[in-house]
Structures are given as structure tokens and as C-alpha cells.
Design a protein around this ligand. Structure first.
Ligand SMILES: Cc1cc2nc3c(=O)[nH]c(=O)nc-3n(C[C@H](O)[C@H](O)[C@H](O)COP(=O)(O)O)c2cc1C
Length: 357
């Protein structure tokens, strides 16, 4: 038994980085100190993404940041909305570089910096600093809310690609781009990001909608951790995009279990990222997930992660239409047939009682 375990090869590559397994800690406060990163490494994490540094932190003082947040300014990211005092979120610009340097001295797993901004000029300089501090790669968390009715989808996509091109021209380290799913033609957009120089796409940023306090008539920030069902959207799009672009694909959002990691690999992701599950169950959960992956692979006679990589992408499944509209009617009708209340008899009964009233 022990011998077979050693034969399982969990290694993967991500943007050219060699990883010992495909499980990566996505950007969050779980990675905001050397001690926490070391703990993640002790529990087998293959790479870490540091919490995002916000463009606003680089260009304005903290009071302006808070004022913007209170206004709900258009340029703010998902992450800023759940950390009102953004200046303190990730140690600030200088602490951030220090964290990269110290983490690189203390751990052997790749350390990926994360930037959140909107204007290329605003953060090229800082991304160079992140590179010089020793980050192995950089993740651009460029999600922004487009609330201006005059801005078109094309304008937005062009800006994103322009940002990636500018970053590519100025950096040597690999660049990952973390996007939301709020694009009308994701496959086309993904391919433009790829040709603009992205080495990886991270699908998808979660969108944190503010809630309403109806007593105080206030809009209040709200953050809920992810549910595993959120993974399905990611699996769907990675399955479609994989094989069409050169950039690697990463999944973030709803990865909670070993099975989730395996599914992510099968649709074509190079890495499966985790945050919510680790916040919920503790960093030790990584051991359970990794062991679960190995166990499943043993039981199903897989020798390596590479072997399953993309095996269930749209091109490789027997019924590619399963990922397309053709399945829509089937899905709806299969639900209706399984629910008694929606069967013809149930509907007839309802109609009778309604008319009796
Ligand atoms: C507390 C918290 C802080 C986060 N901070 C960031 C951040 O700074 N930058 C970023 O790109 N994503 C951030 N995220 C999003 C996560 O990186 C991740 O993409 C998201 O939570 C979905 O993955 P999950 O289902 O594994 O949680 C944060 C998430 C949480 C819960």
C-alpha cells in the first residue's frame, strides 16, 4: 500500500513554476504573514498568493481610501469592499515588499504577489518592486465594477488587455490574471488576455454584493465564504476554454474537497485554489484534501495528475454538447419529471383547489 502511494505523482506546472501538487492558497489574509505561509507549507500547500495590494494604497492616503469606500466608488474591487480600512489590509505597500522578501527566505514554495488596480501607469512601478522583492509571479486582480452606462463591454475588455500588455512589457516574471465571470463572451475575452501576454487566467473572482440594512437604510458590506456549488461555474468555463489558449488555467471559487481538486484537474486547470474551505475548517484541511486526492487516484489507478489533466474538457468528453445549450432543455425537463408537484396530476389538483376557492 505504502509503495503504491509513493508512485502517485501529484506534480504540476503553473505558469512555468514547478509545483509539488496542484493545491494553491488563493489571495487572502491566510497568506499575510510569514508564519501563516510557513504553516500552509507545513500542511502541503504548493504555492501561495499573497493578499492583494490595492492601487489606491499606492496613490492616496488612507482617509481618501475610506471616503471612496463609503461612496462605493466605481473603481473598487471585490476585496476592498470587505475590508473597509484597506490601508491596513495587507501591511501596506512597504510591509508587502518586506513580506515577499521574508517569505522567499523562509519557505520553498512559490510566492505569488497580487495587485488590484485599474490604470496601467498607476501600478507598473509597484509591480516591478514586487518582482524585485523576489515574487515568483504576479496575479492581477483587475476586477472592477463598471457602473458608467456610457462604458461598453468592448471598452472594458480593451482596458484589461491593455493593462496586461503593459505589465508584460515591464515584467519578466509570469503574470496571472484573475477575472470575474461577468463578461458576455468569456472564451473570446480569455483568448485576448492570452495574446496580450497573460501566462495564466484565474477563474473566477467572487463578486461580493453589499446587503441592505432596512432599519438604518444603509448599504452594508457583506462577505460570505464560498459554497462548493460555486465550483460548477468554474468547471464549466475551464472545460470550454482549456485547449483553446496557451495560458494556464487556475480555478478559484468553491474548491472545498479532494473531489473538487480532481474535477478541476480533469476539466483542464493546472491548479485548484482554496481560501474559504481553509478559513472554515482550518489549514489542517489541506492534509485531508491531499490524502483524499492520492487515495482516489490509487483507487482509480491514476499515476499522475498530468494523466488526468484536461481529460474532461469539452473536446475530450464523449458528448461536448453537455457543456453547451443543447443540454439546457434536458436539464430542465429532468428536474420537472422528478418532482411530484410538477407532474401533470399535481398541476391538475392545484388548479382544482384554486378554482374551488
Ligand atoms: C477573507 C478573504 C479575503 C480575500 N482577499 C482577496 C484579495 O486580497 N485578493 C483577491 O484577489 N482575492 C481575495 N479573496 C478571494 C479569494 O482569493 C478567492 O478567490 C475566493 O474566496 C474564492 O475562493 P474560495 O471559494 O476558495 O474561497 C479573498 C477572499 C476572502 C474570503
Amino acid at each position: 500500500m505504502k509503495e503504491r502511494k509513493q508512485m502517485i505523482d501529484l506534480r504540476t506546472t503553473y505558469m512555468g513554476l514547478e509545483l509539488k501538487n496542484p493545491i494553491v492558497a488563493s489571495a487572502s489574509p491566510l497568506c499575510d504573514s510569514v508564519d501563516k505561509i510557513r504553516l500552509l507549507e507545513d500542511h502541503g500547500i504548493a504555492a501561495v498568493v499573497l493578499p492583494s495590494l490595492f492601487e489606491e494604497q499606492l496613490s492616496v492616503d488612507s482617509e481618501s481610501v475610506d471616503a471612496d469606500l463609503a461612496r462605493g466608488a466605481e473603481t473598487f474591487s471585490e476585496s476592498a469592499s470587505f475590508f473597509p480600512r484597506a490601508m491596513n489590509y495587507n501591511l501596506g505597500p512597504y510591509g508587502y515588499l518586506e513580506l515577499i522578501r521574508k517569505a522567499k527566505e523562509s519557505v520553498s514554495v512559490p510566492v505569488i504577489g497580487s495587485l488590484n488596480g485599474v490604470s496601467p501607469a498607476g501600478w507598473i512601478e509597484y509591480s516591478r518592486d514586487i518582482e524585485q522583492a523576489g515574487a515568483d509571479a504576479i496575479e492581477l486582480n483587475i476586477y472592477s465594477l463598471v457602473t458608467n452606462p456610457a462604458r461598453t463591454a468592448l471598452d472594458v475588455e480593451k482596458d484589461y488587455c491593455g493593462l496586461v500588455r503593459a505589465m508584460r512589457e515591464n515584467l519578466r516574471i509570469p503574470i496571472a490574471v484573475k477575472i470575474s465571470h461577468f463578461f458576455s463572451a468569456i472564451a473570446n475575452f480569455a483568448s485576448h488576455l492570452d495574446t496580450s501576454g497573460a501566462n495564466a487566467l484565474v477563474l473566477f473572482n467572487r463578486f461580493y454584493q453589499p446587503d441592505l440594512n432596512i432599519e438604518q437604510l444603509e448599504v452594508v458590506p457583506s462577505l460570505t465564504l464560498s459554497h462548493p456549488s460555486e465550483l460548477l461555474l468554474r468547471l464549466h468555463w475551464v472545460a470550454i476554454i482549456h485547449g483553446h489558449i496557451g495560458a494556464d488555467l487556475a480555478i478559484t471559487g468553491g474548491v472545498h474537497s479532494a473531489e473538487d481538486v480532481l474535477k478541476s484537474m480533469m476539466v483542464g486547470a493546472r491548479v485548484a485554489m482554496m481560501t474559504s474551505a481553509l478559513l472554515q475548517y482550518g489549514v489542517e484541511h489541506l492534509d485531508t484534501v491531499r490524502t483524499g486526492v492520492v487515495q482516489w487516484m490509487e483507487e482509480h489507478e491514476y499515476e499522475s495528475i498530468n494523466q488526468m489533466h484536461g481529460s474532461m474538457n469539452q473536446r475530450n468528453v464523449p458528448d461536448p454538447a453537455a457543456y453547451e445549450r443543447a443540454n439546457y432543455m434536458h436539464v430542465l425537463s429532468s428536474y420537472a419529471l422528478s418532482k411530484r408537484s410538477l407532474q401533470p396530476q399535481g398541476l391538475v389538483k392545484m388548479t382544482h383547489s384554486e378554482s374551488a376557492d
